[in-house]
Ligand binder design. Structure first.
Ligand code: CA
Length: 228
């Protein structure tokens, strides 16, 4: 499952794709114009963006260039014409892949999975990390706590892995935004706090009774071995 942002102005196409992608297990948020899409991409920090190139307010490639200035989030563009020049322009502007309209949910889902898989290949060479009863395996993108598999979203996994590799060290929210969310800047850092609280819940702890995830007030957070 991935958190997707769909930027598409045609309401019929938009609702059909939201339905198709949701049925395939993704969480989908959407925007109907370029500026709104950019705002959403920065605020919601999705795992991947599906961007229609024909938008009412801004040229899709322009949206892509603006997005690339602040984020390395994977982007699949949707183009209305099988026009090689337009496709090349989008790839040059930083698109990771493209689909030509009309396309079905199955094809889009396959491309989404392929783009996300490519992003994960970088993890394959990384060794597993153990902190107390917590084990993080980058190659499998799985984490277990006391031998029990944790059902983590891609971002929760990335966050846990980043902290586990640096266990015992304080990591700032800013660093997490830059390194885990790959954002050059972020407005509200609420996203980090929200994901930390989700991760906490999955680790079976709370901010009031922390074990692995220790908040260092005014600085950031660190992952520690809580001991027996
Ligand atoms: Ca359109």
């Amino acid at each position: 499952m991935a958190h997707l942002l769909l930027v598409e102005d045609d309401p019929l196409v938009r609702s059909a794709l939201i339905r198709a992608l949701t049925e395939r297990g993704h969480a989908v948020t959407s925007a109907s114009a370029g500026m709104q899409g950019l705002t959403r991409a920065v605020e919601d920090r999705p795992d991947l963006v599906v961007l229609d190139l024909g938008l009412p307010d801004l040229d899709g490639c322009e949206v892509l260039r603006m997005l690339r200035a602040v984020s390395a989030v994977p982007v699949i563009v949707a183009t209305a014409r099988d026009d090689e020049r337009e496709i090349v322009r989008a790839l040059d502007a930083g698109a990771d892949d493209y689909v030509v309209k009309p396309f079905g949910g199955a094809q889009l889902d396959a491309r989404i999975r392929a783009v996300l898989r490519r992003g994960r290949e970088a993890d394959n060479g990384m060794p597993p990390v153990t902190v107390g009863g917590l084990r993080v395996e980058p190659a499998a993108r799985e984490a277990t706590l006391d031998g029990v598999l944790l059902g983590l979203t891609p971002k929760e996994f990335d966050l846990l892995h980043y902290l586990a590799v640096r266990s015992g060290q304080v990591v700032t929210r800013r660093e997490l935004l830059t390194e885990v969310w790959r954002m050059a800047y972020g407005g509200a850092d609420k996203t980090v706090d929200v994901h930390l609280s989700w991760l906490r819940r999955k680790l079976g702890e709370s901010a009031q009774r922390p074990r692995y995830l220790q908040t260092v007030h005014g600085v950031g957070v660190k992952l520690v071995d809580p001991g027996p």
